[in-house]
Design a protein around this ligand. Structure first.
Ligand code: KG4
Ligand code: ZN
Length: 339
């Protein structure tokens, strides 16, 4: 591709309406995110129908702002990209139909991007030297995978959660502690005031050599602990419970990621997704990585959360290999990585 690439990317898979302009893959000209968190907070989680309606209202102003802040017009855009899965179907469809309309009316190449692959690509924006192959933990509200990234569009899934995603576990435990939504950042913050050794919650390492995760046993253990305290009329030290829960999650995530990096002889252990913002996870990984001679990389918080810059970056590498889509591309709520 000799011509400069200026991709307009859209992301509406969950509760952020996002648009970005990305130049030549890794240069972010703008990255606009309109979060619906304040709306969904009242319900304790994302309400799919409300999310779709809000995306409808927000998508055009967010695109306008992305173009304005990038200092480009639609005429300077060379391709349009959009997340087409996984995610909430009604939410995905808003981004998808908007992206199709723009690409069709301007006669531009159209690219569908897998949201999880987008999260991984956030690291290419942050770390200009990073190239496949490497091992990456993608942990967010909807997914937890350990992925061997073989190329920009080739992935080997080494492990995945067998029940809840890591972020989902954070959100559920935060709710039972009365902390609100989304739970991850709240537990992260409260844990700094608690003792991570206060309660010995279980760590699910699963079978020897497995890279899968399971958080349901831990979740039940925390709920049982809270119930038994309640029944005995004993006060609960919320900060201690939060810190002990977080430690149990982080210990397993970090151990499996470092082991996977060692097994694949990856010089990097890379983090992606909302949970990659967790301060304890970052700290534990940095320490383990240093000990093992593995460099730990993660994106800045704005690139960890759902955003469209990561979609524009992933789309660039699809475009390079001619992987454009036609206008029959549909939303796929349970799209797998590499599909
Ligand atoms: O990637 P993301 O923004 O959206 C999805 O694709 O799901 O991830 C959101 C998830 C939520 O579950 C949220 O609680 C979690 O990431 N999260 C965190 C932190 N910040 C966000 N979990 C733990 N610690 C954090 N600091
Ligand atoms: Zn996400």
């Amino acid at each position: 591709m000799n011509q400069e690439s200026v991709i307009l990317a859209l992301e509406t898979s969950c509760d952020e309406t996002a648009a970005a302009v990305v130049k030549n893959g890794r240069e972010v000209l703008s990255n606009i995110i309109s979060s619906q968190i304040d709306i969904h907070k009242k319900f304790g989680g994302v309400v799919p129908e409300v999310a779709s309606r809000k995306h409808m209202e927000n998508i055009s102003p967010v695109i306008d702002e992305a173009l304005l802040s990038a200092g480009v017009t639609l005429d300077e855009i060379t391709a349009v990209a959009v997340t087409h899965g996984p995610g909430l179907v009604g939410a995905l469809l808003i981004g998808l139909s908007t992206a199709k309309a723009i690409a069709y009316s301007k006669g531009l190449p159209f690219i569908g991007v897998n949201h999880i692959e987008g999260h991984i690509a956030a690291n290419y924006i942050q770390h200009k030297q990073l190239e496949p192959t490497f091992v990456c933990l993608v942990a967010s509200g909807g997914h937890s995978h350990i992925v061997h990234v073989l190329d920009y569009d080739r992935y080997e899934i080494m492990g995945r959660t067998r029940d809840d995603a890591a972020g989902e576990a954070f959100d559920k435990i935060a709710r039972s502690l009365g902390l609100g939504y989304p739970g991850g950042p709240l537990i992260d913050k409260l844990s700094t005031e608690g003792n991570p050794m206060a309660v010995d919650f279980p760590r699910a390492y699963l079978e020897e050599g497995s890279y899968d995760f399971s958080f349901s046993g831990l979740k039940s253990a925390v709920l049982n602990y809270l119930n038994s305290k309640n029944m005995k009329n004993e006060t609960v030290n919320t900060a201690d419970v939060a810190a002990s829960f977080q430690e149990a999650v982080v210990e397993v995530l970090a151990a499996k990621l470092i082991k996977a990096a060692k097994d694949k002889k990856s010089p990097y252990a890379v983090l992606a997704g909302g949970v990659a913002s967790n301060s304890r996870l970052r700290a534990v990984l940095m320490e383990k990585g240093q000990r093992e001679g593995i460099e730990v990389l993660y994106p800045s918080p704005i690139l960890c959360t759902d955003n469209a810059a990561m979609i524009g970056c992933a789309a660039y590498y699809r475009l390079l290999t001619g992987k454009t889509a036609d206008f029959t591309l549909n939303a796929v709520p349970n799209l797998s990585i590499g599909q």
